[in-house]
Design a protein around this ligand. Structure first.
Ligand code: RAM
Length: 380
């Protein structure tokens, strides 16, 4: 951060003129340098300090200034998920373009406990912000509050910890909008009646549960969906093999199953392959990466997935990065109604989230069909 850079430079400047030192690491520099009596050396050091100051200033100006020097940690739900890696790559490049740095950190497993260990470690380091995708809605609260109390900005994208655990959540597409798209797809693919099942990720994942809850609510409150029978919610834990096994079990347990809806990129890809390889008549929809779903998306019996959804992945990484950087420099606090500019994505307003906290909604879900899936598969 700029403030830190300036105070560090002041410390060095003071050290070179042998005035009383400031912060701990700089005062070590002071002690060493105090032993150097040669005037020329002192002059060189002053020059170097001035040069360093100029270079820092130039770098900050180049990188539009206000976000330069930020040190951010980005915490995923688990390692090896292409979805998160794609969003993380844009997050990192966006922060780096503004002159900051990002460490992407994954827990050992997709649980809240494993994320708490990661957070513990991060809090003891010098991070300006932590942005995370939560493995659990409530279990991270104490740790994230500890982070915020320590002056670390806390944001979230993809999967939100509860309202008290964050300053703001970047929602890829409104929760209800995603749920409505999925329910309508199930309705359409079943022709309005029949058995369907949900193949989710982990049972505690906040985003999965928010979508599932919203789907159930939509169905319960609208007679249009009265003939849809949700037979089971299965959990593949965002592991390919477990998701495949769960798909197989669903087909065995419900021979009349017409549609599986998998609101997880890992689950939908595993189910798509299993259904297609086995020539199943059960169809599939949900949230997927076009690159992973291209081979399974099409009309007719040869394909397992008629169409599916996701959102602008690059926008998600970039908006999350800008929101996090804006929290760090105090441009926003995460309060309702605040606005900020997210680079080329334009201006966004902070709105109320379903959980009573605040969020920034990126946009609408995108639909991927046999017609456009290849085009998007080149992107993500
Ligand atoms: C999986 C993860 C992620 C979710 C996507 C759609 O990769 O569960 O959290 O947002 O699917």
């Amino acid at each position: 951060m700029k403030r830190k850079v300036i105070s560090a430079l002041l410390c060095v400047a003071m050290a070179t003129t042998l005035l009383a030192g400031c912060g701990s690491s700089s005062s070590t520099t002071t002690d060493t340098e105090a032993e150097e009596t040669e005037e020329t050396e002192e002059a060189e050091e002053v020059e170097e300090t001035e040069e360093a100051e100029e270079t820092e200033e130039a770098e900050e100006t180049e990188a539009t200034g206000s976000y330069a020097g930020q040190k951010i940690a980005l915490v995923g739900k688990s390692a090896g998920n292409a979805f998160f890696e794609i969003a993380a790559a844009t997050f990192v490049s966006t922060v780096e373009a503004e002159g900051g740095t990002v460490d992407v950190v994954y827990p050992e497993e997709a649980t809240a406990d494993a994320q708490i260990k990661v957070l513990d470690n991060l809090i003891s380091q010098d991070y300006d912000a932590i942005c995370l995708s939560a493995n659990d809605t409530n279990a991270l609260q104490a740790k994230l509050e500890e982070a915020m109390d320590a002056g670390i900005a806390v944001s979230s994208f993809d999967s939100a910890p509860n309202a008290e655990s964050r300053q703001v959540f970047v929602n890829q597409a409104g929760t209800t909008a995603v749920a409505q798209a999925l329910v309508d797809a199930v309705y359409d693919i079943t022709d309005g009646a029949g058995q369907w099942a949900i193949l989710s990720a982990t049972s505690q994942a906040s985003n999965q549960n928010a979508w599932i809850e919203a789907m159930e609510e939509i169905i319960a409150n609208d007679d249009t969906y009265a003939d849809l029978e949700l037979v089971e919610i299965a959990y593949g834990d965002d592991e390919a093999q477990k998701s495949t096994d769960q798909t197989e079990a669903l087909l065995q347990n419900y021979p009349d199953l017409e549609v599986i809806c998998a609101p997880t990129t890992v689950g939908i890809a595993a189910a798509a392959k299993y259904l297609q390889d086995n020539g199943s008549s059960c169809k599939l929809t949900g949230l997927g990466l076009p690159s992973e779903m291209e081979a399974y998306t099409g009309d007719g019996d040869d394909y397992s997935c008629p169409y599916f959804y996701l959102w602008d992945m690059e926008g998600l990484g970039s908006l999350s990065a800008y929101a996090t950087m804006a929290l760090v420099n105090g441009e926003i606090t995460g309060a309702l109604g605040e606005t900020f500019t997210a680079g080329d994505l334009g201006e966004f307003t902070i709105t109320e989230a379903d959980d009573g906290g605040t969020e920034i909604v990126l946009g609408l879900p995108l639909e991927f069909t046999p017609e456009n899936v290849s085009e998007y598969a080149e992107l993500y």
